[in-house]
Design a protein around this ligand. Structure first.
Ligand code: SAT
Ligand code: MN
Length: 580
């Protein structure tokens, strides 16, 4: 196959010359192509067939044990000027990065097939969607891209009419962690990834394109590319609201996006538009609208059970690719807190032995097409996206941050987003459970200087008439014994209801230095098992602790020096003054 797009054809020819694959396979995105790739991977052992009776079309992939998460220390943004990438990114000069990557890619596909993977991020006919082409020597990448994006013929046709696309070159190389790099060249709309087959490092449409490159493009073009789920909430009266929410990786975005209303919340309906990424645009009426650029979920498996997320539990029983889970003796996938079955073989294929740690890797994942979700919203395919009523920021914080609070206005909301901190999780290599600043949950994903990014966020006050309200939530508060104060999961709907009531001006709130907090009786705790004292604790503002927090935030901002927008510094000043 070839393409009428000369730039694409020329780039493919260059890559073939450099990497020297034995074969080139153009992905058409068809179901039959998916099936034949699966069969081929079963033969080579790249995939293991799971119990086809109980889990039809489910397969297990075991990655190299040293390749199980994103590698932030090996992820770079390459611009001429280091200041443009900011202290929030690793930087390398483009020329140097090109030289280094060229040496790694030289002949790396010998004996392998190179897959040409055209994809579209967003509904094919959406003006907000953007296309890319990934060249990869991994069939695992090809099948995952089929589930995660609109991949194949239709995307290629759009590229041929539109002419513009992001280029992504990926090779698993020899999986040597010392020769692993994820490089971004925003000025060239180019991504190069070598030495990893793991999701966020290898499925280049996801974090690399839809967040790092897209966030930079968005800043040039006047929109936002965010690490946010999109969810639809319908009240018993039929009133609908769309909410976008940003949380760091492995903090429950998929669970919130697929929330199941508990029995106590009768009549509420929740539908998912997206579980990880949102692209936000201001429409011609001044309303902020969101699309989900993806078409599938790459979710954390451990912890998924009938109680925590029944929809996800059912959704991954068929047509799913599992990565790094354990298996039972009847060949069913198994993970910690599945609450069903017993594992016999761990994620590395070893017989279960307590000394080897968890049976499933803590960052083991499922990949499924979004339409398998029992609460999938067909509006995810609407080229116009959905109007956003509220934006929520959140982190995983044992202490300090109340259950929920509302920003006083948009600019204050930008400060709240810029101040997000969270405990690290298994989604990236490194120590787990350390609190770090993770502004807008974008620390690993913002493709340019955070200070400029906050400036871009602030610019929306002037761009849009109907800006959503901004909130902060924390589902992860613990007491002194390490017990969670809030039950979370489906019960989070009780907090979302307050958020909607605030958007509709139906409830008043307590005015505190950090924002508007609910009056205790405006959060429905009936039948929840949370007593009034605990709720009071969840809704308290410890002024001393907050003064310290604002000091920490100020120190964090200092890293960005004079690039910090004046408006943001002014918002910080205001909070500090009111805490006095
Ligand atoms: O980076 S991935 O997208 O693979 C997983 C995550 O960090 O959310
Ligand atoms: Mn994510």
């Amino acid at each position: 196959m070839t393409t009428s797009n000369q730039a694409l054809q020329q780039w493919i020819d260059e890559v073939v010359k450099l990497t020297r694959p034995e074969r080139v396979h153009w992905c058409d995105g068809s179901d039959s192509e998916y099936q034949s790739l699966i069969e081929q991977m079963l033969e080579t052992g790249d995939l293991i067939s799971l119990n086809q009776e109980t889990h039809p079309n489910c397969y297990l992939h075991r990655s190299s044990p040293s390749d199980v998460a994103r590698v932030e220390h090996l992820t770079f943004v390459c611009t001429q000027n280091a200041e443009d990438t900011g202290p929030n990114n690793n930087w390398m000069k483009p020329a140097e990065a090109h030289t280094q990557m060229k040496a790694l890619f030289d002949g790396c596909m010998e004996g392998r097939t190179m897959y040409v993977i055209p994809y579209c991020m967003g509904p094919i006919d959406s003006p907000y969607a953007r296309c890319g082409v990934e060249l990869s020597d991994s069939p695992y990448v090809a099948i995952n891209m089929k589930l995660m994006t609109r991949m194949g013929q239709a995307a290629l046709a759009r590229i041929e009419t539109e002419g513009r696309f992001v280029r992504g070159l990926h090779s698993t190389g020899d999986l040597n962690p010392d020769q692993r790099f994820i490089m971004h060249f925003p000025d060239e709309l180019l991504i190069q990834s070598y030495g990893s087959g793991y999701g966020g490092n290898a499925l280049l449409g996801k974090k690399c394109h839809a967040l790092r490159i897209a966030s930079w493009q968005a800043s040039q073009e006047g929109w936002l590319a965010e690490h946010m789920l999109i969810v639809e909430l319908e009240s018993p009266e039929g009133e609908k609201h769309y909410i976008a929410a940003a949380f760091p990786s492995a903090c429950g975005k998929t669970n919130l996006a697929m929330l199941i209303p508990p029995e106590s919340q009768e009549g509420w309906k929740v539908r998912t538009l997206g579980d990880d990424i949102a692209w936000l645009h201001v429409d011609e009426t001044g309303q902020l609208r969101a699309i989900n650029p993806e078409s599938g979920y790459f979710g954390v498996v451990p912890g998924t059970n009938k109680k925590t997320n029944r929809n996800a539990f059912d959704m991954i029983k068929h047509d799913a690719i599992y990565t790094n889970v354990a298996i039972t003796d009847d060949n069913e996938p198994w993970w910690e807190d599945k609450e069903q079955g017993e594992p016999t073989t761990d994620w590395q294929g070893r017989p279960i032995n307590g000394g080897n740690g968890p049976a499933a890797h803590p960052n083991s994942r499922f990949t499924v097409g979004a339409k398998q979700n029992p609460c999938y919203s067909p509006l995810a395919d609407d080229p116009a996206g959905v109007p956003i009523s509220a934006i929520i920021f959140g982190g995983r914080r044992r202490e300090l941050a109340p259950l929920v609070y509302e920003a006083k206005d948009w600019n204050h909301g930008v400060l709240i987003g810029a101040s997000v901190a969270s405990e690290t999780t298994a989604a990236a290599t490194g120590k787990v459970g350390v609190t770090r600043r993770d502004p807008m949950a974008m620390k690993p994903f913002c493709g340019y200087n955070f200070a400029d990014y906050w400036g871009h966020w602030l610019s929306f006050s002037a761009r849009a008439d109907k800006l959503p309200k901004i909130f902060h939530v924390n589902w992860f508060r613990q007491n002194a014994d390490g017990k969670f104060l809030w039950p979370g999961f489906g019960e989070n709907l009780r907090v979302l209801r307050w958020i909607i009531d605030r958007c509709e001006d139906r409830v008043s709130a307590q005015d505190t230095p950090i924002g508007y907090l609910p009056h205790a009786d405006d959060i429905d705790i009936e039948g929840l098992g949370v007593d009034a004292e605990t709720l009071a604790q969840l809704l308290s503002v410890d002024k001393d602790a907050w003064r310290k927090e604002m000091q920490d935030v100020a120190e964090y901002f200092e890293e960005f020096d004079r690039r910090i927008p004046e408006l943001l510094a002014a918002e910080h000043e205001k909070v500090v003054a009111s805490l006095k």
